[in-house]
Ligand binder design. Structure first.
Ligand code: PMP
Length: 404
């Protein structure tokens, strides 16, 4: 039994008020709130275990290392990677994508090579490739979409040439909520011998992810979007690729031996983890993943799908409502505009009613251009949201609409 009211008790912040109104937190696409088990694990580790990992012979260092490496195993299990060698801890999806673009770019891309992305990418899956363009003259090709926000698969197939070296696409759009058919996207790319990277920032918190079933070559996600701490994320990569890719940063931890003449690098995944990792956050991330696993990702997905269905139905009844993203496969994100009310005004007035939503371009300016708008209001749901909160959102929008 999925008891959302009981689940909410695990998240102290959900009980607070803003402007003397109960908080309705619908900005989960930006970051999620944290259950007690996650925050407790951070406090406990700092109070009773804290020591730098990997390099110490002493008791605390070994205990901290054990916790850190056990977290890597929890991540491996959560996304069903083959080996912990394939799990690189980063600061988040953004760093994962920058690591990938730099390191994959160094190893596998040369002038004239092509990388395929989609029109609905977050800036973190666009700009790293453009940064690479200052070193290598690569070409970005873009998968278009239809007006519902679904990628055009025939157009996608037509983008491949002998110069295509990588496809890098979002699993779920942070604006449209579209769940892209990544398994099919990967199958098609592999048919051309091309690997695929998946930006899983918006999928991992909402739907079960199995990187082996998807056959993804790379997969990135952020801890803070899946109820974990800020400052930690993951890049999964198939060992074959990671072995051939050069380090992204140099420093401690990522080396085997250093001399002024020659330095040799550490084994996977440490080759990509220069410096002291946020080992307290990785423990917190593992707690968050265990929390989700205990609820069951299938159950979380079912709850959020029902919320999304309910919200779409209710919001469509609002006069002047325009919803961006009507894909058949849609996740817990609803972007919208109402009449000619500016998104910033709508967001600000909703805030005064205690309703936290996001406004703006959502780090997806090319997508805004495709939609012919500057920005939207975005409501995004999490495992703890309720239908009552959606009713509050709808009532809030109605109230603002009547004011204008
Ligand atoms: N990709 C997508 C689809 C996102 O929604 C986000 C966060 N808005 C990111 C990447 C970047 O994640 P982070 O800021 O945690 O690195």
């Amino acid at each position: 039994m999925y008891d959302v009211y009981k689940i909410r008790e695990d998240f102290p912040i959900l009980g607070r008020e803003v402007y003397k109104r109960p908080l309705v937190y619908l900005d989960n696409g930006a970051t999620t709130q944290k259950p007690r088990v996650v925050v407790d694990s951070l406090v406990n580790e700092y109070y009773s275990v804290n020591a730098n990992v990997h390099r110490g012979v002493h008791f605390l260092s070994q205990q901290a290392t054990e916790l850190h490496e056990a977290s890597r195993e929890t991540v491996r299990r959560f996304i069903n990677a083959r080996s912990i060698s394939e799990i690189i801890f980063t600061r988040g999806t953004t760093e994962s994508m920058n690591l990938l673009a730099y390191s994959f770019g160094e190893a596998f891309l040369k002038d004239g090579d092509e990388v395929i992305v989609s029109v609905m990418e977050h800036h973190s899956n666009i700009v790293p490739w453009q940064l690479l363009q200052s070193r290598k003259n690569i070409v970005l090709k873009v998968i278009p979409m239809n007006d519902k926000g679904e990628l055009l698969m025939d157009e996608y197939k037509a983008l491949f040439t002998e110069k295509t070296k990588l496809v890098s696409v979002a699993h779920v759009s942070n604006v449209l909520g579209t769940i892209n058919p990544v398994k099919e996207i990967i199958k098609i790319a592999h048919g051309h011998g091309v690997p695929v990277a998946i930006d899983g920032a918006q999928s991992t918190p909402h739907i079960p992810v199995d990187v082996q079933d998807l056959d993804a070559d790379f997969f990135a996600f952020s801890g803070h979007k899946i109820y974990g701490p800020t400052g930690v994320g993951v890049l999964y990569g198939k060992e074959d690729f990671l072995e051939k890719m050069p380090p992204y940063q140099g420093g401690g931890e990522m080396i085997q031996n250093v001399s002024f003449e020659k330095t040799t690098f550490n084994d996977l995944p440490f080759k990509f983890e220069a410096g002291t990792p946020d080992y307290v956050a990785t423990t917190g991330l593992a707690k968050a993943l265990d929390y989700c696993s205990a609820l069951g990702m299938e159950n979380i997905a079912a709850h959020e799908q029902e919320l999304t269905r309910y919200a779409m139905e209710r919001m469509h009844q609002i006069e002047g409502m325009r919803i961006f993203g009507e894909a058949k496969e849609k996740d817990a994100v609803i972007s919208f505009l109402v009449g000619d009310i500016h998104h910033l005004d709508l967001g600000t007035l909703l805030d005064r009613l205690g309703i936290a939503v996001r406004t703006g371009h959502h780090c997806a300016e090319p997508l805004m251009r495709r939609l012919g708008i500057e920005g939207t209001v975005r409501a995004s749901f999490a495992l703890y949201n309720t239908k009552e909160e959606i009713d509050a959102l709808v009532a809030g929008i109605e109230r603002v609409r009547k004011m204008f």
